[in-house]
Design a protein around this ligand. Sequence first.
Ligand code: MD6
Ligand code: FE
Length: 200
Amino acid sequence: MTRLMVRGVEIRKGALDGPAQVRLIDALRPVLKAAPLFSPVTANGKAMSVRMTSAGGLGWVSDKGGYRYQPTHPRGSAWPAIPDPVLDIWRDVTGHDRTPDCCLINYYGEGAKMGLHQDRDEADFSWPVVSVSLGDDALFRIGDTVRGGKTESVWLNSGDVVVMGGPARLVYHGIDRIRFGSSRLLPKGGRINLTLRVAV
Ligand code: MD6
Ligand code: FE
């Protein structure tokens, strides 16, 4: 594993080896079955190209009513528990025993991307946000804590772990594009990104 620091964000390249990535996908399969991916709509009525779901006590949703953490999937059921291998990564990386409230699961199919944003719907920014990349390569753009600042981009590969904490907790970031079909981890291609957050 090599540690890269990009604008204060820690990128652990190759943090998870192939078998660990397969174990994660296996652990996510029942989660996706219990809480199917859905296409969130932003407050201005546009559908996001990324499909989402969550695990944990709280999930992140966005719809006409705005975006928020809530205890149920849009279909009304409680979110499934965060799988143990995912919690192990959180503990490993943060050293904290407090488990995250939310594991947001983002799926990028061909052409999907995510605009520059800050993760600021959580109550306490002293907790880091930890993310795990699985599947296709993605071009991750990292900016400043204010909109419009200088940005730097880095390719995230399957098995990379990103830690956004400390002074970089509120930097703008997004995914410009993925290289669809670059990985064979997911049978139908695409990319899964998990983000672990303490929300309340
Ligand atoms: C993605 N990641 O990798 C989008 N947020 O698909 C994020 O939005 C993100 O990687 C907070 C912390 C780490 C991240
Ligand atoms: Fe984010």
